[in-house]
Design a protein around this ligand. Structure first.
Ligand code: SF4
Length: 242
């Protein structure tokens, strides 16, 4: 089984618990305005590799994972190549490696059904909980994400929820209240909530690709503003990675 990846990071510390081997998949259906990795969007870019080669690489790092670490499939959107992702996850689980998948949740249901049984933790990006905002932010309709959320609930997969805070755009009381409602509806599945302050980190990649970056005027939120949002959500602040 072969698939397309963008890159592999052997010592990630922010995409899941402990020390992690992070496999960045190539391809994404969304076009988030703040995307840090537009170079992962095109599905036929990156490099073609065998799942077995990736598994071999991951197992080489196994001694460093200890109890907490493991593998994280990220992207791009890893669930855009579900068979390839499932094979890596299944084999890692067989070898006792903790598995995490970093996904937008804007994915087909069969992709979830194939991968969730082998996923210990989902890092789920909440792009928006409002249809209009979802469309504006990602270029796609929210329905697919909302349907997928139902399946994720059925599986009761442990979650780290991630929400990129765009000051003045998605941090209003209305949006934060919707986020709070979602968190409480997911109950004990939610292990952590991460508010990621907007940062124009990938803007040079947009320019290099000749793409129009539309958030150029937006400033990252103040640290105190993020603290306040955590208070409103009644969640503990966690290590922020973006
Ligand atoms: S889902 Fe992730 S990779 Fe895809 S466009 Fe959005 S931020 Fe970029």
């Amino acid at each position: 089984m072969q698939g397309r990846i963008h890159s592999i990071e052997s010592c990630g510390t922010v995409d899941g618990p402990g020390l992690r081997c992070v496999v960045f998949f190539q391809g994404c259906s969304l076009r988030c305005r703040y995307c840090h990795n537009p170079d992962t969007w095109v599905i036929n870019g990156g490099q073609k590799v065998a799942a077995s080669a990736i598994i071999k690489k991951i197992t080489r790092f196994q001694p460093y994972f200890n109890h907490h670490g493991g593998v994280t499939l990220s992207g791009g959107e890893p669930l855009l190549q579900p068979e390839f992702a499932a094979q890596i996850l299944r084999e890692c689980k067989k070898q006792g490696i903790h598995t995490a998948v970093d996904t937008s949740g804007w994915v087909d249901l069969p992709a979830l059904e194939k991968t969730l049984p082998y996923t210990d933790l989902l890092l789920l990006d909440i792009k928006a909980l409002d249809h209009k905002m979802y469309r504006w932010l990602t270029g796609k309709e929210a329905d697919k994400f909302l349907t997928a959320l139902g399946v994720i609930k059925e599986h009761q997969t442990p979650l780290w929820l991630r929400y990129v805070v765009l000051p003045g755009i998605n941090d209003t009381p209305e949006y934060i209240s919707k986020l709070k409602q979602l968190i409480s509806s997911l109950g004990s599945m939610v292990q952590k909530v991460e508010l990621l302050p907007y940062h124009p980190l990938g803007v040079h990649k947009w320019q290099k690709l000749g793409l129009n970056y539309t958030l150029g005027q937006l400033k990252p939120p103040a640290d105190s503003a993020i603290d306040l949002l955590y208070q409103k959500l009644q969640q503990n602040r966690t290590v922020i990675s973006a």
